[in-house]
Ligand binder design. Structure first.
Ligand code: MN
Ligand code: MN
Length: 462
């Protein structure tokens, strides 16, 4: 067991830790989808003096040292920049993290009635243990885009008076056959449908002729609330996530239990650091991306050209249009690709190798490599870059640890590091260790959240 960093703090540090983790918890509550995270991050950035790059360009203004801008992609991906003293082509310090989390999505023809109940048909997103998502309170978040161009926001199940939803499980008394199944089959993907109603329309007047009266009632409620028709589900993005707030965990309140800490624990701490650091030699960047959980694909994932295109705009505004300078900017950059790491769990000790595990309350985690079985698919960070990071962290008094995800022949997981490494920049996987990763509720240490913010600040000043 490595040192538990709680014992190292002064009273002042404990106050700052409390402050940061309170802010972090309220961000988790407000940002339960990638869209909500982008909206919240933009609001915080604007309060800190950031301007939309589009506004700056439309006004025909240039950018100079100290200027702060952001670029948003389809409301699901966001890049913040603070222009440094050196030209951008000399390289940036980039903090990257993802803001999508494992969840259950509503399908495009979702609404149906079955034996007096109404359901939404679903398709889960990212790697989940399906059996963890039944029999617990769920909320519905997202948007309904309509043909007239309007977009209705949906958020049901988080406010005190809101209804919530559930995916049912089979009672234990009848579960003898179910319990014989493999865990991956106990609850199957097509059985993860969301229960949303049981009350027929027209019950007051006793209309017995109404077909699928429970579904009809739901449609009427949706019409009243969102002015939507059944066909509008086709252009909706509705995400089912655990209902409720981030909570202190443990009698000593040392931990946080919440949905979505993969990877918002890295995203919000990166954002905090980005907004805190107002002066640096290098241009600072905080990049919050979508779609990591399904392979970083799509227009809002890390594989998209959005980031590169945005850097090209910035180079054009500061150093003049130059394809070569854009390439230099990317190649000369350094990045912390931040994602959660699996924390050592004594309850599942057999899955870990103790010397190379990340520990809760062990500080920021660095993974030289991720990948699986023979480092496959990993960005293997350079020793020289790691040495420079060690110095920066030590100089700033940041606690950190080096780890890998699980036992050699067992584990593995992808991040966005290898994609950015394609530009030839220095990238390392870093982040915060989490217990219960990918479960509806994940556990982080408040001390690690604090060290992450400190570590990211130090990185931006490198
Ligand atoms: Mn992740
Ligand atoms: Mn993940």
């Amino acid at each position: 067991m490595k040192q538990n960093i709680w014992t190292t703090y002064s009273e002042d540090q404990l106050r700052e830790l409390q402050d940061i983790t309170d802010r972090y918890k309220s961000c988790l509550d407000e940002g339960k989808t990638e869209r909500e995270c982008v909206e919240l991050s933009i609001r915080m950035a604007r309060e800190a003096g950031y301007r939309d790059l589009k506004e700056v360009m439309a006004a025909g203004e240039g950018l100079k040292t100290g200027d702060k801008v952001y670029a948003v992609n389809m409301d699901k991906m966001l890049a913040l920049f603070r222009i440094g003293e050196e030209p951008i082509s000399a390289g940036m310090n980039i903090l990257g993290a993802h803001i999508d989390s494992p969840r259950i999505d509503v399908k495009q023809n979702p609404l149906y009635e079955s034996d007096g109940f109404s359901y939404l048909d679903t398709h889960y997103y990212g790697g989940i243990k399906k059996y963890q998502w039944v029999a617990q309170p769920l909320s519905l978040h997202g948007v309904i885009a309509k043909k007239d161009g309007s977009v209705e926001k949906v958020n049901i199940g988080e406010s005190e008076g809101d209804p919530i939803f559930v995916i049912t499980d089979l009672l234990i008394h009848l579960a003898q056959e179910q319990l014989e199944k493999k865990a991956s089959k106990v609850i199957e993907g097509e059985k993860l449908d969301l229960l949303i109603g049981n009350r027929p329309i027209g019950e007051v007047i006793g209309d017995k002729d109404q077909k699928e009266a429970v579904k009809a009632n739901i449609l009427q409620l949706l019409k009243e609330k969102y002015d939507m028709n059944e066909e509008d589900f086709a252009s909706a993005e509705l995400e089912i996530v655990p209902a409720g707030r981030a909570r202190d965990c443990g009698l000593d309140r040392s931990m946080i239990l919440s949905y979505g800490q993969d990877d918002r624990v890295c995203a919000f701490t990166s954002l905090f650091a980005m907004l805190d650091v107002t002066e640096a030699k290098k241009t600072g960047c905080c990049l919050l991306v979508d779609k990591e959980e399904i392979g970083s694909v799509g227009a809002t994932g890390m594989h998209s050209k959005f980031f590169e295109n945005t850097v090209a705009e910035l180079v054009a505004m500061t150093e003049g249009e130059s394809e070569l300078k854009v390439r230099r900017a990317l190649m000369n950059s350094r990045m912390l690709s931040s994602d959660v790491s699996a924390a050592y769990d004594p309850m599942f000790a057999e899955a870990f190798e103790k010397r190379s595990s990340a520990y809760l309350a062990g500080g920021v985690t660095f993974n030289k490599f991720t990948g699986s079985r023979g480092k496959s698919g990993s960005n293997d960070a350079n020793a020289e870059y790691i040495a420079a990071l060690r110095k920066a962290m030590d100089d700033a008094g940041v606690a950190y640890q080096f780890a890998e995800l699980g036992r050699v022949d067992l584990g593995g997981g992808g991040t966005i590091a290898y994609i950015m490494a394609n530009y030839g920049m220095e990238v390392i996987d870093s982040g915060v260790a989490v217990l219960n990763m990918h479960a509806p509720y994940e556990v982080s240490s408040k001390a690690d959240v604090y060290e992450a913010v400190k570590g990211y600040r130090a990185f931006l000043k490198m």
